[in-house]
Design a protein around this ligand. Structure first.
Ligand code: FES
Length: 122
């Protein structure tokens, strides 16, 4: 997977914000078609390997908190195991209702390490 450049932006309050990429696993730790839950600084993240490309989204479904890492993925669309809401892994948006989305996180692969990006104050 291509590296995603670190993003930087100025938040509404005028504070500089950036993205810190944190190593969470090795690429060999997660086989294609599998997912795992990552606990990262108090956030529960579902990490997916889809044909060798890695995607990270909040593990808790925005509907009623279902475990998205236990969902099924078809053509990069994740289906929640509880009530079948769906989210595109690249955008987090529901293909059925654009007003519904789950938070996504940028992923970098560097030296076989999977890194997830979290927004930080600079
Ligand atoms: S908790 Fe995910 S669809 Fe209801």
């Amino acid at each position: 997977m291509d590296a995603v450049p670190a993003a930087a932006a100025v938040a509404k309050g005028g504070r500089d914000r950036g993205t810190e990429f944190i190593a969470v696993a090795r690429t060999t730790d997660l086989d294609p078609g599998r997912a795992r839950v990552i606990h990262l600084r108090g956030i529960e993240i579902a990490l997916f390997n889809i044909d060798g490309a890695f995607y990270a989204v909040d593990n808790l479904c925005p509907h009623e908190g279902g475990p998205l890492a236990a969902g099924t993925v078809r053509e990069k669309v994740l289906t929640c195991p509880w009530h079948r809401w769906q989210f595109h892994l690249e955008t987090g948006r529901s293909p059925m209702n654009p007003a519904v989305e789950v938070r996504t996180y940028p992923v970098q692969i560097e030296d076989e390490q999977i890194k997830i990006g979290l927004v930080i104050d600079l």
